[in-house]
Structures are given as structure tokens and as C-alpha cells.
Design a protein around this ligand. Structure first.
Ligand code: E4P
Length: 223
């Protein structure tokens, strides 16, 4: 299972890369706007600090311009994957980009139907928006499960990348569904770490060990 970080914040990427679980970074126009940088600088800077692909979303609404943008993104760093919205123009652009062998996939996905069109185009990935589906009163994780079943049935290679993840409950339900990949904010990733029982357990061991210092500095048995 691949885990991507949903941010362009270099400090957070560097910090969380130290956990050894990141496989890349996803961005979108809202995330880059927050970074107050040009899209190019944001992607180039992220590519320097992350070990793995950087996903960059096209801004244009028409297929010709989407294709031009996605081709241009390939110049920005060695491993850039273009994110193409699941619109009519988007699927046309995706088809042309995949025919050229450019890494590109479908984002802003809300339906199984869109996920099938993406896979039929050999999309590199498809990104269903789990949190926003739930916001709209739909079953985000359930929709991903249905996509997964169809992809398994037909042997589609497209990576099912669950996005718009709001909390660890959604993340765990997606892991249980066996999703290929997830992308989450630094906050949701960090929320995977703490557990009160772990803190209590560690405190108990520290108390039991007392002030004996590092086991590496201990003298031999006193007995
Ligand atoms: C990822 O690729 C998406 O752009 C992102 O997860 C969307 O998340 P949001 O619904 O919190 O904006």
C-alpha cells in the first residue's frame, strides 16, 4: 500500500519523511495556492525533498491546454504525475497523455463510472474523494470498495488512490478495503501515531527502569 502526503509544505514533508512511510506527495491548486509559490516552484521544491512521485494537477478546462500543461509538468522534475479532473475534456486529455506514455491519472472522482473510464484509459491512478463523498451524504469508503471490486474483476492496473481523507477512521476503513494507495494531510498522518495506552505503557517501563541510565553504559551484574 502506497502512502502519499497531501501538502506542499516542505517543513512538514521533511519532518514526516523521517517516519519512513512516505511514498510521494500529492498537490492540487488549493494546496499550491496556500504555499504562495508558482506551481513550478512548488513541485520542484517538493521533488527535492521527497523520495517518490509528485502529483501535480492541471488548471486548464479544455483538453488541448490540459495536455500542454501535463507535458510541461514533465520538465519540472524527474517523477511528476499529472492529475486530470474527471470531466469530459479531462478524459480526452487523459487518453491522449496515456497514449504518449505520460504519467497521468484522474482526480476529483466521485463515481464508480468515472473510475471505470479512467481505468479504460490505463490511467496511472484514480483519486476518489472519500471525505467529500461523505460530506455529500454518500458512502465514500463504500464507493472505493466498489471501484476496487471492479478493478479486481477486470484486472485494471490503475492505482486506486483514495483522497480527501479526513481522519484515521476513514484511513483504517480504506486499509481494511485493501486500497492500493492513500493520500492524507500531515495532520491525519500524525494522528496515526498517538495512543494513550502506548504513552502509559512507555511511562510504566521508564518508571520500572528508574534512573539506571542507558543499558549500553551499565556495568556488569553486581551479583
Ligand atoms: C488529493 O489529491 C486531493 O486533491 C485532496 O486529497 C483533496 O482533499 P480535500 O477534499 O480535503 O480538499
Amino acid at each position: 500500500m502506497r502512502l502519499y502526503l497531501d501538502t506542499a509544505d516542505l517543513g512538514r514533508i521533511r519532518d514526516l519523511s523521517r517516519l519512513g512511510v512516505l511514498d510521494g506527495v500529492t498537490t492540487n491548486p488549493a494546496i499550491v495556492a496556500d504555499a504562495e509559490k508558482s506551481y513550478r516552484n512548488a513541485v520542484e521544491d517538493v521533488a527535492e525533498v521527497v523520495d517518490g512521485p509528485v502529483f501535480a494537477q492541471v488548471i486548464a478546462a479544455d483538453a488541448d491546454e490540459m495536455v500542454r500543461e501535463a507535458r510541461g509538468y514533465q520538465e519540472w522534475a524527474a517523477d511528476v504525475v499529472a492529475k486530470i479532473p474527471a470531466t469530459r475534456e479531462g478524459f480526452e486529455a487523459l487518453s491522449r497523455l496515456r497514449t504518449e506514455g505520460i504519467p497521468a491519472g484522474t482526480t476529483v472522482v466521485f463515481s464508480v463510472e468515472q473510475a471505470v473510464l479512467a481505468a479504460k484509459n490505463d490511467a496511472t491512478f484514480v483519486a476518489p474523494y472519500v471525505g467529500r463523498l461523505d460530506d455529500a451524504g454518500e458512502d465514500g469508503v463504500g464507493t472505493v470498495r466498489r471501484m476496487q471490486e471492479i478493478y479486481d474483476t477486470y484486472g485494471f492496473e490503475t492505482e486506486l488512490l483514495a483522497a480527501s481523507i479526513r481522519n484515521t477512521t476513514q484511513a483504517v476503513a480504506l486499509y481494511e478495503a485493501g486500497v492500493d494507495a492513500v493520500t492524507m494531510s500531515p495532520e491525519v498522518l500524525e494522528a496515526h501515531i498517538p495512543h494513550p495506552e502506548t504513552d502509559e505503557g512507555v511511562a510504566g517501563f521508564e518508571a520500572a527502569w528508574g534512573d539506571r541510565g542507558s543499558p549500553l553504559d551499565e556495568r556488569g551484574d553486581s551479583s
